[in-house]
Each structure stands twice: as structure tokens, then as C-alpha cells.
Design a protein around this ligand. Structure first.
Ligand SMILES: Cc1cc2nc3c(=O)[nH]c(=O)nc-3n(C[C@H](O)[C@H](O)[C@H](O)COP(=O)(O)O)c2cc1C
Length: 342
């Protein structure tokens, strides 16, 4: 019940309040313009593959929800669009359905998204509470392709009922990676992954990383608003998404999430080292305001902008975009120099 109520509160706050960070760091990343692209825009191909599944564009709807009637509708609507548009779809934390199996159906989308790249989700603090078998059953039920384990210590601090015991989670995660019959993805929720954590995740055995960087939805603000805890001095805490991409290049498939809002952000993320991008809050808000058609339009526009950016960097496909040249300025450049990221 507590988990269900929290999910309801999160949706309400995310839709109604100003919960986004305004600066993403992408303003300080410049792709080098190519005046002689030697391409026909029509031949640009945005398709790619991630964890063995084909995507029409390098995009996944990032984890949003599950566990309530409202969530069920959101999951079904967004998963249906993901299937139609050939992008990936992530379920929100499956904790609610593990605690209360009555809520299982609010996560089930395979009936309408049979081919979609589908991620399950659980919080890192839950993996010491639930047996591996329970987690596996939750993934079996939704027919997921992989499990995202979200790493959210900053969020837990400001959550009303936050779990602040992050001790001995590394061995539990290692065990999960070794024995679960699904690939595990280590995912932040908006405060970014550092190179030290990325290397540790690789050593632990995760199969991919979602940087979940700072610059978009801010969970310190959301849970601070909900709990009444004073978050003002932590409003700018975290590693901005473009920097976190550079920090997390450890040779694993990489997802860039956190403040990605345009096709240009997607192009920049891929040039910096991401394989695909994730977007959460805009999908939720557009679905609420403009319905499924609005979401489809938003995706079409992301694809159009991505194609333009590919054209203007002379990149015929995603592999070529990965090699596009860029310049970093301001704080992003400072980070790169001080953290020796190149
Ligand atoms: C309403 C809402 C609920 C979310 N719930 C989860 C969750 O259950 N598990 C998770 O890993 N991330 C969750 N996230 C985080 C997103 O997956 C994403 O990492 C984060 O919002 C940054 O992306 P954005 O700036 O595009 O929103 C949630 C985001 C939103 C907006």
C-alpha cells in the first residue's frame, strides 16, 4: 500500500510541479558542422541494435511507472507506441508487484508490445530484500528482455520512507548478475554514474549501463516536495548527463538518460559515446496533455531532428554518428580536463 501510494504521489508531482533541472550540459557540447556532407537526407538510417534487439531509432522510453490503475493505462499506452515506432520500453520499479502480486497486471504489456525491447526494473536496496527467485518470477511474468537495477542513494535520502542502508549491496548485485537468467543493467535515476562506479559495475558483471545523469527530472526535488525535507542545498547535486556519458565509457553498451529532450541531444549523446538514449518525463507529460497522438508526434520529431543532426555531421548511420567530431566548452570541458576523461 505504501509503495502504491508513493507511485501515485510521484506521478502527480511529476505532472503538476516544476521538477526538472534547466541546465543539462548539452549546451556546452557542439557537434562539428559539415558543409559538405556528401549525403542525401533520404538515405540516412537511424536504426540500431541494443542487447540483440532491433530499434528504428536509438531510443527507449525510460522507466516511469507500474503498480496502480493509472500506471497500467500509462504502461499500455506507451508500450503500444513503442511497438509501433520501433523503440524500446522500460517498466517502472516492479517492487509493487513483488510486494503485492494483485498488481501484476499493471505491468503487463507484452500482449500489445510483442517485439519491443522491454526492460524490467528494481531498486538496488530491494535486491537484498527479495529472493532472486521472486525477481526472476517478476521478470518472467512481464516477459522482459533485461532487468534495470536502479541505483538511487540521492533519491532515498530525500524520500519520506527512504532506505539508507546501502551496505553490502555490491555482493548482492554481483550474485544477481551471476545467477539471474536476464542481463542486468546498472541504472542511475538522475544523478549520473562516475567512471569509478562504471568500472565497478563492469567488474560486478552488469551487461549495460544507463548513466541516468543530472539535467532532467530531479528526484531530490520530487521526493523533497513529497517528504517536506529541505533539499535546497542539493538542487544541483549530480553528474550532468553529457559528462556522465564520458565518465561511463568502460566498454559496455551505454544508455544516456537524464534531460534528453531533442533529437540534437540524442545525436550529441551518441557522438559522446552512448549507444542509445532514454527519455522519461516528457513522455508522461505529453501523454497526459496530448494523448497517444501527441506522443507519436514527439517521437517523429525526435527522429526528424536526429536525422538533421546526422545529415549536418555527415553521418549516414548510427555507427558513423558515433565517430562524429565535437567540441566541449565551459563546465563540461573543465570536468573532462580535471577528471582526465579523454
Ligand atoms: C514519474 C517517473 C517515475 C520514475 N520511476 C522510475 C522507476 O521506477 N525506476 C527507475 O529506474 N527510474 C524511474 N524514473 C527515472 C527515469 O527512468 C529517468 O532515469 C529519469 O527520469 C531521467 O530521465 P528524464 O530526465 O528524461 O525524465 C522515473 C521517472 C519519472 C518521471
Amino acid at each position: 500500500m505504501l509503495t502504491e501510494q508513493r507511485k501515485k504521489d510521484h506521478l502527480k508531482i511529476c505532472i503538476e510541479e516544476n521538477v526538472e533541472t534547466q541546465k543539462t550540459g548539452f549546451e556546452e557540447v557542439f557537434l562539428i558542422h559539415k558543409s559538405l556532407p556528401e549525403l542525401d537526407l533520404k538515405e540516412i538510417d537511424t536504426s540500431t541494435e541494443f542487447l540483440g534487439k532491433k530499434l528504428k531509432l536509438p531510443l527507449i522510453i525510460a522507466a516511469i511507472t507500474g503498480g496502480t490503475e493509472e500506471s497500467k493505462k500509462i504502461n499500455k499506452d506507451l508500450a503500444e507506441i513503442a511497438e509501433k515506432k520501433g523503440i524500446g520500453f522500460s517498466l517502472g520499479s516492479q517492487r509493487a508487484m513483488i510486494e503485492n502480486p494483485r498488481l501484476k497486471d499493471t505491468y503487463y504489456v507484452r500482449d500489445i508490445a510483442p517485439n519491443t525491447l522491454l526492460f524490467g526494473n528494481i531498486g538496488i536496496t530491494q535486491i537484498k530484500k527479495f529472493t532472486m527467485n521472486k525477481i526472476k518470477k517478476a521478470l518472467d511474468f512481464v516477459e522482459a528482455d533485461a532487468l534495470c537495477v536502479h541505483l538511487n542513494p540521492a533519491q532515498e535520502i530525500f524520500q519520506k520512507e527512504g532506505d539508507l542502508d546501502f551496505k553490502n549491496l555490491i555482493p548482492s548485485l554481483k550474485e544477481l548478475c551471476k545467477n539471474l537468467e536476464y542481463p542486468v543493467i546498472g541504472k542511475e535515476v538522475g544523478f549520473g554514474i562516475s567512471k569509478e562506479v562504471a568500472s565497478k559495475l563492469k567488474e560486478i558483471g552488469v551487461k549495460a549501463i544507463d548513466v541516468g545523469g543530472f539535467g532532467g527530472t530531479n528526484w531530490i526535488i520530487i521526493d523533497g516536495l513529497r517528504s517536506g525535507k529541505d533539499y535546497n542545498n542539493f538542487k544541483s547535486w549530480g553528474i550532468p548527463t553529457p559528462i556522465s556519458i564520458l565518465e561511463s565509457r568502460v566498454g559496455l553498451p551505454l544508455i544516456a538518460t537524464g534531460g534528453i529532450r531533442s533529437g540534437v541531444d540524442i545525436a550529441k549523446s551518441i557522438a559522446l559515446g552512448a549507444d542509445i538514449c532514454g527519455i522519461a518525463l516528457p513522455f508522461l507529460r505529453i501523454l497526459k496533455k496530448k494523448g497517444k497522438q501527441g506522443v507519436e508526434k514527439y517521437i517523429d520529431n525526435l527522429q526528424k531532428e536526429l536525422k538533421f543532426a546526422m545529415f549536418l555531421t555527415g553521418s549516414k548511420n548510427i555507427e558513423e554518428l558515433k565517430k562524429a567530431k565535437y567540441v566541449l566548452t565551459g563546465e563540461v570541458k573543465d570536468w573532462v580536463e580535471q577528471r582526465k576523461l579523454t
